[in-house]
Design a protein around this ligand. Structure first.
Ligand SMILES: Cc1cc2nc3c(=O)[nH]c(=O)nc-3n(C[C@H](O)[C@H](O)[C@H](O)COP(=O)(O)OP(=O)(O)OC[C@H]3O[C@@H](n4cnc5c(N)ncnc54)[C@H](O)[C@@H]3O)c2cc1C
Length: 427
């Protein structure tokens, strides 16, 4: 649906011409009038563009419309019954939201990361159980395969995943290996033309609904994290068992399971990258994944804020709408400010990735901040709703429960602080 088209490339081309003309104009001014400081400021600000493109706005509106019409009805029931949103995910795939950044030649929508962040925010405002599935498929599985998979792997697996015909899962965590992902106990023994996979993975999103797993496993224990491999494993391979669905605090519709491997034969052709590349693969993929989770946290926060804002103008106490009480108005001011700051961090991280720059730091900052404000904003949204915020019909209690996971998965907040502090201390 959202394929990159010729109009877009023409526009981008015209944009570049305008940029060049603008630079020439500024340069000539500089030479003629020696107004260097003003010139440099002008150049700098020319490149601070906070406006979304028409295409990005179209994606945002389409995601918003989908969330309201397809996700809102039934979201409370799905949460209560822990029902996986299979139908909704199928439709999401048909609209191109499951392979958003994948090149159209592999069945994707060919969009930028900013568009992905915009869509993630809109979907997460209504149903974070759907957006986590979308995030894993887009940023961990599809992106990982497109960036590091070989042509055969892309043809065989990526195309179906990007079209949403199949769903993928990313299997790194284990009972004894969470934040310390180097302690992989799952083994992928080299048996010549195949690997023999044994072990257990924990907390796997899309664990039951996925057809293809990207599994991180240890091949050479003596080499530590340099002995780890990443393998594509088909869920229906003999020896794969899916454990019971986890009974969770939030994102209860999402499909979280343990996955057990017993003597599973994985063809060598299914290894991603060189022998021993698995740990680097996992870290690279997770850095991008954090932008998706940051956007999820942002969406949960902005969904709760929009509900609280509306409610504050309707609910009356002491003869007036509660928004007229300064205590409530100031809460709304803080929520709006924090959300805006989180949005800027998310967009900066997405932009950095789209520019081909190193986005590890900006992704961690965005995830750390957005997940923290998701906690605070959803908590305040419940407070603004008073007793009504404590019951399911008003949605904000679910958003409060959903917000918590964004501080835990794809690297806890403590792990994000490790990543950020290491970078800032290096100078
Ligand atoms: C709903 C859900 C879905 C998930 N989906 C997936 C998935 O699809 N694929 C996947 O592979 N994993 C998934 N996970 C796993 C998730 O990524 C891990 O739970 C997370 O990385 C934390 O690992 P852990 O639970 O083992 O906690 P631990 O690593 O045991 O951490 C416990 C606490 O100690 C802190 N801690 C640990 N080490 C340090 C340190 N060096 N310094 C300071 N503090 C530290 C942590 O921050 C945390 O607060 C999911 C988890 C959940 C709950």
């Amino acid at each position: 649906m959202f394929m990159i088209n010729n109009n877009l490339s023409q526009k981008q081309f015209l944009g570049k011409i305008c940029d060049i003309l603008y630079c020439c104009h500024v340069y000539l001014n500089a030479i003629c009038y020696l107004r260097f400081p003003a010139v440099f400021c002008a150049l700098y600000y020319k490149h601070m563009d906070f406006q979304l493109t028409e295409e990005q706005i179209a994606v945002q509106l389409a995601a918003r419309d989908f969330a309201r019409t397809e996700l809102l009805p039934g979201v409370i029931e799905r949460d209560e019954k822990q029902k996986f949103p299979a139908e909704q995910i199928k439709k999401l795939g048909e609209l191109g939201f499951l392979g958003m950044m994948v090149n159209p030649k592999y069945g994707g929508s060919g969009m930028d990361t900013i568009s992905y962040v915009l869509a993630m925010e809109e979907i997460s405002k209504i149903d974070a159980s759907v957006s986590v599935c979308m995030s894993v498929n887009n940023s961990l599985v599809c992106w990982g395969l497109e960036k590091y998979g070989n042509e055969d792997q892309k043809q065989k697996y990526l195309t179906q995943l990007a079209r949403g015909e199949k769903i993928g899962a990313f299997l790194l965590s284990e009972p004894e290996a969470g934040s310390d992902a180097t302690s992989q106990r799952t083994t992928a023994e080299d048996k010549g033309d195949y690997y023999l996979l044994n072990g257990t993975k924990n907390w796997i999103t899309n664990g039951n609904s996925a057809s293809y797993y990207l599994v991180i496993a240890q091949t050479y224990p003596e080499k530590g994290h340099r002995g780890i491999n990443a393998l594509i494993v088909e869920k229906d391979s003999p020896g794969v068992t899916v454990g019971a669905k986890e009974n969770k605090l939030g994102i209860r519709g999402s499909d979280t399971h343990s996955i057990m491997f017993q003597d599973v034969k994985v063809p060598k052709a299914n290894r991603i990258g060189d022998d021993g590349f698995g740990f680097t693969f996992a870290m690279k993929v997770l850095a991008g994944g954090r932008i998706g989770i940051a956007a999820q946290a942002l969406g949960i926060a902005s969904g709760a804020y929009e509900l609280a804002l509306k409610y504050s103008k309707e609910r009356k106490a002491f003869g007036t709408e509660i928004s007229n009480h300064q205590a409530i108005a100031f809460k709304l001011a803080d929520m709006a400010t924090e959300i805006e700051a989180a949005r800027l961090l998310c967009h900066k991280a997405a932009w950095t990735k789209d520019q081909g720059l190193d986005y590890t730091l900006s992704a961690s900052m965005a995830k750390l901040f957005a997940s923290d404000i998701a906690q605070r904003v959803t908590n305040e949204a419940v407070q603004i709703h008073g007793g009504y915020g404590y019951v399911k019909e008003f949605h904000v209690e679910r958003l409060l429960r959903d917000a918590k996971i964004t501080q835990i998965y794809e690297g806890t907040s403590e792990v994000q602080r490790i990543v950020i502090s290491r970078t800032v201390l290096k100078g």
